[in-house]
Design a protein around this ligand. Structure first.
Ligand SMILES: C[S@@+](CC[C@H](N)C(=O)[O-])C[C@H]1O[C@@H](n2cnc3c(N)ncnc32)[C@H](O)[C@@H]1O
Length: 227
């Protein structure tokens, strides 16, 4: 821990509790190191437009934490266009049961993420510099992205990586519902559901688009919503 980290961790802890999440102290310390280094490296390379640590806490870290409840229990997760490690690094810290691969086409961003992984000795995270289009197809339980590309393009890019019972999750801004309505007819074999939410300290509205193959959906609830 460094000076200022404990105040920052308290803020993240408070925001997470408002979301019904309770990160362990070592997870909070890992998140603090990630963000401290993000702001430091951002002076040399473009990793984030948001540079105030408390704003980063809400708009990057707590936003990434909204994924927690929707991730599979164990398995491999692919984060496409991970940039400075959002949501991939946050997922890897919060969910040690998952093996997270982060991919980005900008080398210096992946060098940064690799440096954080090394500093935190995170055994369940890796970062690869490549275009998603050049990545060999694989079997992932979940493919996620945040602010990566259009929903239609993201889903098309994700399908070769998706295990048959796996899920795709797109983290979007407030316009997620419109994007979902536009993309859904292109993929009749997929069930898509958009859930909107507010950031815990009033920092804006966001949405998650949850996607599964219809044939792999025994978990639909009576209301037709995904579990
Ligand atoms: C707006 S940034 C979002 C970064 C991060 N997910 C976040 O939420 O902070 C989009 C990222 O996608 C990466 N990207 C764009 N096209 C890509 C591609 N074809 N393959 C891999 N990464 C790509 C960019 O380099 C950039 O870092």
């Amino acid at each position: 821990m460094q000076a200022g980290d404990s105040l920052w961790c308290e803020k993240v802890k408070e925001g997470a509790a408002l979301m019904g999440l309770y990160p362990a102290p070592e997870v909070l310390e890992g998140l603090a190191l990630h963000v401290r280094n993000l702001i430091l490296w951002n002076k040399k390379i473009n990793l984030t437009a948001i540079t105030d640590p408390l704003e980063v806490a809400e708009k990057h870290v707590l936003d990434s934490l909204t994924l927690t409840a929707h991730l599979p229990a164990g398995g491999r997760v692919l984060d496409m266009g991970s940039g400075g490690g959002f949501p991939g690094l946050v997922m890897a810290l919060m969910r040690p049961d998952l093996d997270v691969l982060m991919v980005d086409s900008v080398q210096k961003k992946m060098v940064f993420v690799q440096d954080v992984i090394r500093s935190l000795k995170l055994a369940n995270a890796s970062a690869l510099h490549t275009r998603v289009e050049s990545l060999d197809a694989g079997d992932f339980s979940c493919v996620v992205s945040r602010a990566f590309t259009s929903l239609e393009r993201f889903v098309s890019l994700s399908l070769p990586f998706l295990a048959s019972s796996g899920s795709i999750i797109a983290m979007k801004g407030p316009d997620g519902r419109d994007e979902t309505a536009a993309a859904a007819p292109m993929f009749p074999e997929l069930a898509m559901e958009c859930r909107t939410y507010g950031l815990p300290f009033g920092g804006g509205e966001r949405s998650l688009v949850l996607i599964r193959r219809r044939e792999a959906m025994p978990s639909l609830t009576a209301s037709g919503k995904m579990a």
